[in-house]
Design a protein around this ligand. Structure first.
Ligand SMILES: Cc1ncc(COP(=O)(O)O)c(C=O)c1O
Length: 398
């Protein structure tokens, strides 16, 4: 037994989270919401006429990757070569490494995948890196498909303007072992819609020029989009891809379980502004929760819950108590005025109006903001039905 989640994975009695047969804390995913989200985002991409390569770094859960691919995803996106290995093992035939590929050990992992016939695209934003890649892949008689990354001033990776991007494309096109394949950008770090639209338009212009100059007769890849601006990316690029031999690939990751704060708020904006999103039936639903006991009631109005930074995301907002259960039944409580104010490694300080009458052993179900950093705290996550009956232990691979 190597992880806290392994204790729960060996439980064979009454398979329900609410009847005290599962040691807590435990992370769960609602099966109905997971299936809904996979279907909803695929339907959005289909409606927009673009391809979907969900970012796998969010869940790193092969059982989820398989479901995304089975629902029609074009491929998967990853952030590291290790993640690419896991994506390939789960069945992805096309993988976007939405990052620069640096260092020989990382290149060796990618080479192994190319040799297996995986179509893997890596991002490049520097001619020195392009030459390193060329030396490595040419020696192995492999061709690495490369996407030029277009960034933005004060952003993260990526070239800052079209001229330098075109110069890099020119370098890549002349190097052995590399195949110029298209353009990548990540607008998720932008703050406002206007700068997102400008960035997308620049990327489209770059991709068009690159396609015309270097890829005559072949289609280019143009890939962007996290879970905050995917509607704007799709809206800007769908017409463009209809008129040009360009395959648009969206890469949202956090949509998979959605959340109770950051992405819930982003999706509300999307539903308000996007006709494309409004055409898709239903909406994303929060799917990921962590269950924990009320562990101590040391002062009136303060409950110390048995979960902490080791168990749930706290980087983008404090976890929220969604429901409380006693003896398997939901307590009919109004949570107005309740909040988690402090989180430590293994404890969360939850403040509530004392008239709520909590008891030690009540089970709190919490939702978080930003799913990525809850997923990575668990080696195994329970798939549950709407009544918290355990359906499947899903292994994560971080
Ligand atoms: C390059 C890249 N693409 C796509 C995504 C997915 O965005 P989100 O986490 O909002 O779903 C990320 C997330 O960090 C990213 O870094």
């Amino acid at each position: 037994m190597k992880h806290k989640a392994d204790v729960t994975a060996s439980i064979e009695t009454q398979p329900c989270l609410l009847n005290e047969t599962v040691p807590l804390p435990a992370a769960v995913i609602k099966a109905s919401a997971l299936a809904n989200n996979i279907g909803w985002m695929q339907a959005f991409a289909n409606t927009a006429g673009v391809a979907l390569a969900p970012h796998g770094k969010t869940s790193m859960t092969p059982a989820i990757f398989r479901r995304q691919l089975a629902a029609g995803a074009w491929g998967l996106t990853v952030a590291t070569p290790y993640q690419a290995l896991i994506a390939a093992q789960a069945g992805a035939k096309r993988i976007i490494l939405a990052n620069q590929l640096v260092g020989k050990a990382n290149m060796a992992v990618v080479a192994q995948l190319l040799q297996q016939g995986i179509q893997l695209y890596a991002c490049v934003d520097d001619s020195h890196n392009a030459k390193q890649l060329s030396a490595y892949f040419d020696k192995l008689k492999l061709q690495l498909p490369c996407l030029v990354e277009l960034g933005t001033a004060a952003g993260r990776c990526g070239l800052r303007d079209l001229d330098s991007s075109l110069r890099l494309a020119d370098v890549i096109s002349q190097l052995n072992g590399l195949t110029l394949a298209g353009v990548e950008f990540y607008e998720g770090i932008a703050k406002d819609e206007q700068s997102v639209r400008h960035w997308i338009q620049q990327a489209a212009r770059l991709c068009q020029q690159l396609q015309q100059r270097y890829l005559t007769g072949q289609s280019a890849i143009l890939s962007g989009a996290g879970s905050v601006w995917y509607d704007v990316v799709a809206e800007e690029l769908r017409a463009f891809s209809a008129d040009n031999p360009i395959e648009v690939v969206l890469r949202p990751g956090c949509y998979i379980t959605h959340d109770h704060q950051l992405y819930a708020c982003a999706q509300q904006h999307i539903q308000q502004r996007s006709q494309l999103a409004q055409q898709v039936q239903g909406d994303l639903q929060p799917a990921l929760e962590v269950a924990a006991y009320v562990q101590s009631l040391p002062e009136p109005g303060l409950a110390v819950l048995g979960l902490g930074k080791r168990d749930i995301a706290f980087d983008a907002g404090m976890p929220k108590v969604l429901k409380l259960y006693r003896a398997g039944k939901a307590l009919p409580l109004d949570f107005t005025g309740c909040e988690s104010r402090k989180i430590m490694d293994q404890h969360t300080f939850w403040h509530y109006p004392p008239q709520l009458e909590l008891q030690i052993g009540d089970i709190a179900i919490l939702g978080s903001s930003h799913p990525c950093l809850t997923f990575d705290k668990w080696r195994s996550i329970w798939l549950v039905d709407d009544d918290y009956q355990l359906l499947e232990a899903m292994e994560t691979c971080f």
